[in-house]
Design a binder for this molecule. Structure first.
Ligand SMILES: O=CC(=O)O
Length: 339
């Protein structure tokens, strides 16, 4: 079966036999594929082994190609675990088509001498636009009042309750990486006071830094979560943080659902212990806690914050650039350093 697959030229390259090309494993189609199309995304300089198209069980498929796969192209849809890497001794590179790397066992990659690259900064603008958009939406009740108008309630019930002003708000950014920095720039331009927490204080910035997220919440009117999901940040936004944020506080999450203790967040929203939420990510996507559907002070979005056709085009170039750099022994373009 493996031989049959190797005979099938899925590279589009007429000059090379596919088996001469470097082999890159793709476990599941990353979201970018459905927008950009396989022909554009999967460069014909490599033989992409699409595990999901093989009739073989994954383990057998991987074993059949174990010696020849040098790189893995992945996304959040398929985890890259230590057990998987164990089966693929020739892998030296994992390229993820995402900003987040929580689906990759970074420690195992480090131990095995495997480099990892991610989406670098290609999603920073769109992620920041979406985060600020969600914050404005919650504060000014844009989606909720849209529903009000469509349901004919303006006519029957009168004016909709007023929202709250953005200018002057103290916004705590949790994670001042590429997306966080872009959020800060936008909020500054909109007249907000930016504060932040991050792994380390950024000495080149004058925004107030809080090493403790509870302290940050206590000094913020809104918190925007845009840090990485790691063992340290899982459920970091917990009961104590919500209580420090307080009844008037708003939370926006464009990072990962599991950074927030979702059950506790739902409880706080239902009981009015925080004022509202703008959420692009959830703990068990695509499942969203049903209680949130009933709440007008919550804006929901289906994990789309960073994705636009433009960011996907940039991602496409970056992925190909990283593969080219790797296979020609040049420095990687967006190496993940924090192992
Ligand atoms: O959530 C999207 C990403 O991590 O790229």
């Amino acid at each position: 079966m493996a031989d049959q697959e190797e005979e099938q030229d899925n590279t589009g390259d007429q000059n090379h036999k596919p088996q001469d090309l470097p082999q890159v494993l793709v476990l599941k189609p990353p979201p970018v594929l459905s927008v950009i199309g396989e022909e554009s995304f999967l460069s014909n300089k490599y033989q992409f082994l699409k595990a999901w198209e093989s009739p073989l069980p994954l383990h057998q498929f991987l074993t059949a190609h174990a010696g020849s796969i040098q790189a893995i192209l992945c996304s959040g849809a398929a985890p890259v675990t230590d057990d998987l890497l164990q089966l693929l001794p020739s892998v030296r590179l994992v390229v993820t088509a995402s900003a987040g790397t929580n689906h990759i066992d970074l420690e195992a990659c480090h131990r095995r001498g495997i480099s990892v690259t991610n989406a670098g900064n290609v999603f920073s603008d769109d992620g920041a636009d979406a985060a600020v958009g969600l914050l404005i939406d919650v504060l000014r009740k844009i989606t909720a009042s849209d529903r009000y108008v469509r349901q004919g309630l303006w006519v029957n019930e009168g004016d909709y309750p007023l929202g709250s002003k953005l200018r002057g708000k103290r916004v705590g950014i949790v994670g001042l990486g590429g997306i966080g920095l872009e959020i800060a720039k936008r909020l500054e331009a909109l007249g907000c006071n930016v504060l932040y927490t991050s792994r380390k204080k950024k000495t080149f910035l004058s925004y107030p830094f809080y090493s403790d997220v509870c302290q940050l919440a206590a000094h913020s009117d809104a918190l925007i979560i845009c840090c990485a999901l790691t063992d340290q940040t899982r459920h970091m936004i917990d009961k104590d943080v919500f209580s420090a944020l307080g009844k008037e506080g708003v939370i926006v999450n464009v990072g990962r659902g599991a950074i927030v203790d979702e059950k506790e967040m739902v409880r706080c929203l239902v009981h009015g212990e925080i004022a509202g939420a703008g959420l692009d990510v959830f703990e068990n996507e695509p499942d969203v806690p049903k209680e949130l559907f009933e709440l007008d002070n919550v804006v929901l979005s289906p994990h789309r914050a960073v994705f636009t056709p433009e960011s996907f085009m940039a991602l496409c170039e970056l992925v190909v650039g990283n593969l080219e750099a790797f296979f020609s022994n040049k420095p990687l373009l967006s190496r993940v350093m924090d192992v």
